[in-house]
Ligand binder design. Structure first.
Ligand code: DGI
Ligand code: FE
Ligand code: FE
Length: 202
């Protein structure tokens, strides 16, 4: 059975990335406790520890791993090295650490998000964005937005939904400003969570 120490001792990441990873683990457990109390916090922690396992692998190694694990890539994914680590880390979580499909899916989708995410997927996606050590302005703003929304909304799921929509908006605006392509999963996720909010009649 894989435990946190097995993952941590196999991890080859910088101090900075390790700090972020531990921040994601803490944030993920908090988000899980707040919104999805049925989730197993040990499993949430393992998903968080694994999520950026391959982040610092060179691009060529990422491509090799995609080939090794038969991960099909769109042209856009192939051309955006930042999109590959989520997929390769998910495959390593499955093949090398035998983590559950739920955990691997959360790792797989943590960068782009997608429509109708599972509780595990939401917890890791959002924790990655708002963990306490993230210092860039957009993450700080989203973290504050989430905390404020939670304190204001009677319904915690509305606060969560509003935060998800805002996260996708922030990412999309950032990618436009950087003249980068935006993958369809991020667009579709935004549309899905906007529709969810409308259904809540906000
Ligand atoms: O690995 P982290 O830095 O902790 O965070 P992450 O896995 O969310 O990766 C963030 C990076 O991914 C950020 O530079 C923006 C980029 N990204 C996210 N969605 C897209 C994207 N890049 C492109 N080109 N297209 C996307 O849709
Ligand atoms: Fe990542
Ligand atoms: Fe991360």
């Amino acid at each position: 059975m894989t435990d946190a120490n097995a993952i941590l001792s196999a991890m080859t990441i910088s101090e900075r990335r390790l700090k972020h990873t531990l921040g994601v683990a803490e944030a993920a457990k908090e988000i899980a406790k707040t919104h999805f109390p049925a989730l197993d916090l040990k499993q949430v922690e393992l998903a968080a520890l694994m999520h950026d396992f391959t982040k610092e692998y060179p691009y060529e190694r990422q491509l090799e791993l995609c080939a090794k694990y038969s991960i099909e890539l769109t042209d856009e994914e192939r051309n955006n090295p930042k999109l590959l680590h989520a997929k390769t880390a998910a495959m390593i979580a499955s093949e090398r650490f035998s983590l559950s499909t739920d955990i691997c899916n959360a790792i797989y989708w943590h960068t782009t998000g997608k429509p109708a995410m599972s509780p595990f997927e939401i917890v890791i996606y959002l924790a990655d964005y708002i963990e306490e050590f993230r210092e860039d302005a957009s993450c700080v703003k989203l973290r504050e937005f989430y905390k404020k929304a939670l304190s204001k909304e009677l319904d915690k799921s509305i606060a969560l939904n509003k935060t998800l929509v805002r996260s996708f908006d922030t990412t999309i605006k950032h990618l436009i400003a950087e003249e980068q392509t935006i993958c369809k999963d991020t667009f579709e996720a935004r549309n899905y969570y906007i529709d969810q909010l409308r259904a809540f009649n906000f």
